[in-house]
Unconditional design. Structure first.
Length: 94
């Protein structure tokens, strides 16, 4: 069973402390790192890191650091990356 993000946020606001909230909701939390999730998207969509980084208009070095887990992107950069990952056509079908 999954919980909607808005439901989790609502419960967080109502909970007396974070530990209680976490203990009750840890099965709904993502256990993968950002770099693992990005790599999984690449593999699923058949995309290349270089293409996604270029299309997201992120510096090549910074982009590869994000994908390797060495850097955590600011929100704006993460949105650019995920937008490219979710909208770009697979290279497999080309």
């Amino acid at each position: 069973m999954q919980k909607d993000t808005s439901k989790i946020v609502e419960e967080l606001g109502l909970c007396a402390d974070f530990k209680t909230f976490y203990d009750e909701n840890k099965s709904y939390m993502v256990n993968s790192s950002l770099s693992d999730m990005l790599s999984q998207f690449l593999e699923t969509k058949g995309l290349k890191k270089s293409e996604v980084i270029k299309d997201a208009e992120i510096s090549e070095v910074y982009g590869y650091q994000i994908f390797s887990g060495a850097r955590v992107p600011e929100r704006k950069k993460l949105i650019c990356l995920t937008k490219m990952l979710t909208t770009k056509k697979s290279t497999i079908s080309r």
